[in-house]
Design a protein around this ligand. Structure first.
Ligand code: NAP
Length: 339
C-alpha cells in the first residue's frame, strides 16, 4: 500500500472517530441505539456463519444402520444404471443393503448388478427391473409394485430425472419433452413412493431420498418445466417428511448443483462439480430430514444464493443458460456437418 493511501485511510478513520465522539456527547441515546444495532448485526452474522460452517463441515448424518444396513434390508434406486443413481447402487450395496436397480436399459442394469455381485461376493443380493418411466403404463407400474411388494425396503432413492435437451425458452419447448419431464420427475416419484412408503411406515423404519436440483430451489429461466418439476419435489418432500416423521420414516430432498454425468454433459470434476462417487458419498454421510445440500461447495453456493437478491440470482442463471444454449447449438451444428 502506498504511503499516500495509508495517510488517507488514517485521515478517514480519525474523522470517523471524531464524528462518533460528537454523536456520543450530543446524542447519547442515539449513539447507544446505533451501537446495539451494530453489535446485533455482527453477532447474528457470526451465528449464521458458524451454523452454516457446522452444518456443512461438522454435523454428522443419520447412520445408515438405522435403515437396515447389513440386516437384509433393500435399497431401491431409480435411474440406477448410470451417473448418480449407479453410484447410489454401488455405495448402498457396499454399506450392506440388497439393491433393486430400475432404469430403461436392461443390459446396463445387469452390468451394474454384476459389478455389485463381483464386489460383494454373496454379502448382498441384487434385482433389476427395466422400466421406462416416461412411457410406463398402469400394467408396468403394477408389475413394478408386485416386484417391490415382498421386499423389506429400508431406502428408496427417487433418483431418475430428465432435464431439457438444452436450455430453451418455454414457448419453443417441444410438448413431448415437457410431458416426459413431468412423467419422470413428478409422476414416477409419486407412484414409486406410494408403493414403498406404506411398508416403511408399518415397519417404523425407512429413508426416502429424493434427488432435487438447484433449478428447483430458485426459478431457472430457459429450464422452466424442469425447474418447476424439481420445485414440486421440494414441496412434496417437505410435506411428506412431516407426515412420515411420527411413523419413523425420514424423507430428504438432496439439493444438487452440477455433478459430472451424461445429464450435466460435464466430463471433468472440479471443486464445484464433483464426480458422482464424491457426490453420493457426501449425501450418504449427511442424511437428515427435509431439504439438505450435502456437498460442501454446493452448500456454500446455496448459502450465497439465499442471501443474494433473488433478481440477481435469476439474471445470473438466465445469462448462464443463454450461454449454455449457444454452445450446445454450436456443438450440434459441428456434429451435423461431420455426419
Ligand atoms: N448431473 C447433474 O449435474 C445434476 C444436477 C442436479 C440434479 N441432478 C439430478 O440427479 C438425478 C440423476 O441425474 P444424473 O446426472 O445421474 O443422470 P444420468 O447420468 O443421465 O443418469 C440417468 C439415469 O436415469 C435412467 N433413465 C433416464 N431416463 C429414464 C427413463 N425414462 N426411465 C427410466 N430410467 C431412466 C438412465 O438409464 P437408462 O438410460 O438405461 O434408462 C440412467 O440410469 C436426476 O434426477 C437429476 O435431475 C443432476
Amino acid at each position: 500500500m502506498s504511503s499516500q493511501a495509508t495517510t488517507s485511510i488514517a485521515a478517514m478513520a480519525s474523522s470517523f472517530l471524531a464524528s462518533v465522539k460528537i454523536l456520543t456527547n450530543t446524542q447519547p441515546c442515539a449513539a447507544a441505539g446505533l451501537l446495539a444495532l451494530g453489535s446485533f448485526t455482527v453477532a447474528s452474522t457470526l451465528v449464521a456463519w458458524t451454523s452454516v460452517f457446522l452444518r456443512i463441515f461438522v454435523r454428522p448424518g443419520i447412520n445408515l444402520k438405522k435403515f437396515g444396513a447389513k440386516k437384509g434390508a433393500w435399497a431401491v434406486v431409480t435411474g440406477a444404471s448410470d451417473g448418480i443413481g449407479r453410484e447410489f447402487s454401488l455405495q448402498l450395496a457396499k454399506a450392506g443393503f440388497n439393491v433393486l436397480l430400475a432404469a430403461r436399459n436392461g443390459e446396463k442394469l445387469a452390468a451394474v448388478a454384476q459389478e455389485i455381485d463381483g464386489k460383494s461376493g454373496s454379502a448382498v443380493q441384487t434385482k433389476t427391473f427395466a422400466i421406462d418411466f416416461a412411457h410406463a403404463d398402469d400394467a408396468t407400474y403394477e408389475q413394478f409394485q408386485s416386484t417391490l411388494k415382498d421386499l423389506d425396503i429400508g431406502i428408496l432413492v427417487n433418483n431418475v430425472g430428465k432435464s431439457h435437451e438444452m436450455p430453451t425458452d418455454f414457448i419453443d419447448t417441444p410438448a413431448e419433452e415437457m410431458n416426459d419431464i413431468l412423467a419422470i420427475n413428478v409422476n414416477a416419484t409419486l407412484r414409486v413412493t406410494s408403493f414403498v412408503a406404506p411398508g416403511m411406515a408399518s415397519r417404523h423404519r425407512g429413508l426416502i431420498l429424493n434427488i432435487g436440483s438447484f433449478a428447483g430451489s430458485a426459478p431457472s429461466p430457459m429450464l422452466a418445466t424442469y425447474s418447476a418439476s424439481k420445485a414440486f419435489l421440494v414441496t412434496f418432500s417437505e410435506a411428506l417428511a412431516a407426515e412420515l416423521k411420527p411413523k419413523g420414516v425420514v424423507v430428504e430432498l438432496a439439493n444438487t448443483y452440477f455433478v459430472v454425468s451424461s445429464m450435466s454433459k460435464i466430463r471433468r470434476a472440479s471443486a464445484m462439480v464433483p464426480t458422482p462417487a464424491a457426490y453420493v458419498r457426501s449425501v450418504l454421510r449427511k442424511i437428515a430430514p427435509g431439504t439438505q445440500t450435502p456437498f460442501w461447495s454446493h452448500a456454500l453456493l446455496d448459502y450465497v444464493m439465499q442471501i443474494a437478491p433473488a433478481s440477481i440470482v435469476q439474471a445470473y442463471t438466465h445469462a448462464l443458460h443463454v450461454d449454455i444454449r449457444k454452445r450446445a447449438l454450436r456443438k450440434k451444428e459441428r456434429e451435423a456437418k461431420k455426419n
